[in-house]
Design a binder for this molecule. Structure first.
Ligand code: MD3
Ligand code: FE
Length: 203
């Protein structure tokens, strides 16, 4: 149930399934303290995906740029603490992919409704790019675009399903990636949405 996407990118099919009973109430608690919201890009466009964060640092976007912040700009308060089940899952998945001692300090939670997409981009707002990123998919399916180190290289299409975990590090850390528009579907636990959360060492 392991698929190698790159030299240091590993897809762990269903890795999060044993954690789901604990992940869902933890997500509900995060969302209650820091609701999903649509952010604006530095260029002034509204994003398609709604997002929130938990942990010491949260990723934000506004007219001033992309960055990590210890405070939720909506409430002025710190982001909700990272639930233990999130950090445990991230630590175990990173270890399974060969990254020992991964301790995330930031968790970006993305919510996709049908029709929502994420265009090709690189993740480079973290202070050190040495640390891996662990991504967890829940709810309705998505097609993940796994590109190269330049925008023009053609991207592989990889389906991501409820419970799938991907770990990205090393030479694959700066690959372009994105999500195709989500198809209409209903998941028995999450309804008509996909939740993706990524665990990062941002500070
Ligand atoms: C490959 N999220 O939040 S997760 C993001 O499904 C993001 O919501 C997508 O891209 C989502 O930035 C994809 C998979 C992922 C996350 C980070 C990566 C793939 C990555 C960083 C480097 C290379
Ligand atoms: Fe990304």
């Amino acid at each position: 149930r392991e698929e190698r996407l790159g030299a240091q990118a590993l897809l762990l099919r269903g890795f999060a399934l044993p954690f789901v009973d604990e992940l869902l109430p933890a997500l509900t608690a995060v969302e209650a303290a820091a609701p999903f919201r649509i952010m604006v890009t530095p260029g002034g466009q509204s994003m398609s995906v709604a997002l929130t964060n938990c942990g010491a640092l949260g990723w934000i976007s506004d007219r001033g740029g992309y960055r990590y912040s210890p405070l939720d700009p909506l409430s002025g308060q710190p982001w909700p603490a990272m639930p233990e089940v999130f950090s445990c899952l991230a630590h175990e998945a990173a270890a399974a992919a060969g990254f020992a001692e991964f301790v995330p300090d930031a968790c970006l939670v993305n919510r996709y409704l049908p029709g929502t997409r994420m265009s090709l981009h690189q993740d480079r707002d973290e202070r050190s790019l040495e640390h891996p990123i662990v991504s967890v998919s829940l709810g309705i399916p998505a097609v993940f675009l796994f590109g190269g180190h330049t925008r023009r290289e053609t991207a592989q299409r990889v389906p991501l399903l409820h419970g799938d975990v991907v770990v990205w590090g090393g030479e694959d850390r700066l690959r372009f990636h994105g999500i195709l528009p989500i198809k209409e579907a209903v998941h028995p636990l999450l309804g008509a949405q996909r939740i993706n959360f990524t665990l990062r060492k941002a500070g």
